[in-house]
Design a protein around this ligand. Structure first.
Ligand code: BGC
Length: 255
């Protein structure tokens, strides 16, 4: 088991990529803290699944856009499992509006859930890691759109671009404490965030045609990369991004 004895906190852990990370980490022996904002029943059923397979998990309802809630989340890991080893800043939303369409409140919400959460979550985790004295790992589930425009989804792109620079800068700041920080940039993944695309056969055809591997990723394929990065087999990686996109960013129609 690659994550035995490690305690991992996953924000937005009861759906989509977060849920896949929770299950993959638990299967590798990690103690898992599942952060969520809605659908406590989903969290309860995940915990039941994990515990019936002999694993350990606990839930916490915490709003990642609030710094106090992020501290409570880290504290939950320490109170329940004695320490924190890995924070996965996974929670995210998108609104699919252009610059001309995006309202102020909408912009602030996207930034708060996607980027401010990663900023203050990382701060809370880093303080805990420093108190423990033996390093730690922060993983951000970013997106190919940390670097690559998605016209019509601009607030999301801006938030992910911020996450990109957060990782590069904080990774440098925290390296001396043995704390590593890495972004994972998925391409298109079959999760609730892409429900409207998946419901539209024309959009799916165009999307699949633009992906060199010809299909969306399954959430498990992102979770596997999280396990690798958290496993101790990636000990020299920090302040950078691992792209997991089926080649979508490099796709060319060749015309
Ligand atoms: C976005 C999706 C988009 C995908 C590929 C993801 O980060 O959430 O809406 O389909 O990137 O462009």
């Amino acid at each position: 088991m690659l994550l035995k004895e490690k305690t991992i906190v996953v924000t937005g852990g009861n759906s989509g990529i977060g849920e896949a990370i929770v299950l993959a980490a638990a299967a590798e022996g990690a103690n898992v803290v599942i952060d969520y904002v809605a659908h406590p029943e989903e969290t309860a059923s995940l915990i039941e699944r994990i515990e019936s397979a002999g694993g350990h998990a606990v839930g916490i309802q915490a709003d990642v856009s609030k710094s106090d809630d992020l501290h409570a989340m880290v504290q939950k890991a320490v109170d329940t499992f004695g320490r924190l080893d890995v924070l996965v800043n996974n929670a995210g939303i998108e609104t699919r509006h252009s610059l001309l369409e995006t309202g102020e409140e909408e912009f602030e919400k996207v930034m708060a859930v996607n980027m401010k959460s990663a900023f203050f979550g990382s701060q809370a985790a880093a303080k805990q890691f420093i108190a423990q004295g033996d390093g730690g790992l922060i993983l951000n589930i970013s997106s190919v759109h940390e670097d690559w425009p998605m016209p019509g989804n601009i607030a999301y792109c801006v938030s992910k671009g911020g996450m990109r620079m957060l990782t590069r800068t904080a990774g440098v700041e925290l390296g001396g404490h043995g704390i590593r920080m890495v972004n994972i940039a998925p391409g298109a993944v079959s999760t609730p965030i892409n429900a409207s695309t998946e419901a539209d056969p024309e959009k799916m055809k165009a999307l699949n045609a633009s992906i060199p591997l010809g299909r969306m990723a399954e959430a498990d394929e992102i979770a596997d990369v999280v396990v690798f990065l958290a496993s101790g087999k990636a000990a020299y990686m920090t302040s950078t991004t691992v792209v997991v996109d089926g080649g979508i960013m490099q796709g060319s129609v060749g015309l």
